[in-house]
Ligand binder design. Structure first.
Ligand code: GLN
Length: 368
């Protein structure tokens, strides 16, 4: 197993290096703790995906100021699958603006599986949200480009901006899904019937299958997350991946819809905008602070990586990263700043009613 930290920032102070060690040790502990977990099953409905080893397991955190912490199989390449959806949604927003995109897709969670075929909002003529397959195919179908190659190149450029390097597709996974993805074809044709997508359905599906088959590592996912955490600027390259105004749109749908029929439980327990993929990847964002990338192929019955859910929960706990803990933290990264005590505040009048003396300021849970 490898364990490493890459710090792109210049001089490292003693305090910083202590913080870095702690972050690494949290990731290492989580990796050791969940490596023996064998729950879940590798996806096989796309036949080629079934070939991956269930033992692969990598974790990476990339901070909004460009530090990268990684353990395990952090550079193993796997297909991005549904984690591509929020990013292509961002490209659709960039291409057409919010007003038009809102006419083509909603922002309501469905509470259904990612490939649900029945949940199409026939009244508003749009799929519920851009993260279920119906909404994602609708978004891919409106990506601008002169022809299919041009559209694919624009999607490749998009992921190059987010990851900081060129991206390739796994052709065998692409072909595997292209020849067996009857359910997605049915969804797309149903949407054509309802007037929810127009143009060439087969072309849109090909582009959707291609975006799903792009190869990333969990390090890439963490850097993509850090880019969103950094308001759209890749912290490693300093280049903007998406206009800042659309980052909020992406994070909002990730928060409410990113984990499909587990989205509510996820928001409650982990409390972060996130997106899972059936390739075993998970990406989560701690706005303003860091991105998380996890890779572990065995999935639960909802199609989310079992180990990745556990790891994200562990990271949330260790660093006070739940979005509603955010008031307790003032610094983007570091040991204590990741989980600072909230400032002392005077007791509210209601705290002393009935002669009750307010308890001392509650210390947030510390793991160090
Ligand atoms: N390509 C996959 C599909 O459309 C993506 C699903 C996923 O990752 N949840 O079925």
């Amino acid at each position: 197993m490898s364990l490493q930290v890459n710090v792109s920032a210049g001089a490292v102070s003693v305090r910083q290096s202590a913080e870095q060690l702690r972050i690494l040790s949290v990731l290492n502990d989580l990796h050791l703790k969940y490596k023996p977990l064998t729950d879940g099953k590798v996806a096989d409905y796309i036949p080629q995906l079934a070939k991956v080893s269930p033992d692969l397991f990598g974790i990476c955190i990339a901070t909004a100021d460009g530090q990268v912490f990684e353990v395990g199989d952090y550079d193993y390449l796997f297909t991005i699958q549904s984690i591509s959806k929020p990013f292509v949604y961002g490209l659709a927003l960039e291409d057409h603006g919010r007003e038009y995109v809102r006419t083509r897709v909603g922002v309501e969670p469905t509470g259904d599986a990612f490939n649900s075929i029945i949940k199409l909002d026939e009244r508003s003529k749009r799929p519920h949200n851009p993260l279920v397959n119906a909404g994602a195919i609708a978004m891919t179908s409106i990506i601008k480009g002169t022809d299919p190659t041009d559209k694919l190149n624009r999607i490749l450029d998009l992921f190059q901006r987010y990851t900081g390097h060129g991206i390739l597709a796994d052709m065998s996974v692409f072909m595997s899904e292209r020849t067996t993805g009857h359910r997605n074809r049915a969804i797309a044709h149903l949407m054509l019937n309802f007037g929810m997508i127009d143009g060439n359905v087969d072309e849109a599906l090909d582009l959707y299958f291609q975006q799903c088959s792009l190869m990333v590592s969990c390090r890439d996912l963490a850097v993509m997350g850090a880019t969103l955490a950094n308001h759209g600027v890749n912290p490693l390259t300093g280049k903007r991946a998406i206009p800042a105004e659309y980052v909020r749109d992406i994070l909002s749908v990730m928060f409410t819809c990113g984990l499909y029929d587990y989205a509510g439980e996820w928001a409650y327990r982990i409390g972060l905008p996130a997106k899972s993929g059936v390739g075993g990847g998970m990406l989560a964002v701690v706005p303003g602070r860091f991105g998380i990338g996890v890779f572990s192929p065995p999935l639960d019955e909802r199609g989310n990586s079992v180990r990745a859910i556990k790891v994200c929960e562990g990271i949330t706990e260790a660093f006070g990263a739940h979005i509603f803990d955010v008031a307790f933290c003032s610094s983007p990264i570091g040991t204590n700043p990741l989980r600072e005590a909230p400032p002392e505040r005077p007791a509210l009048a209601s705290d002393t009613r009935n002669g009750h003396t307010p308890s001392p300021q509650l210390e947030p849970h510390r793991t160090a």
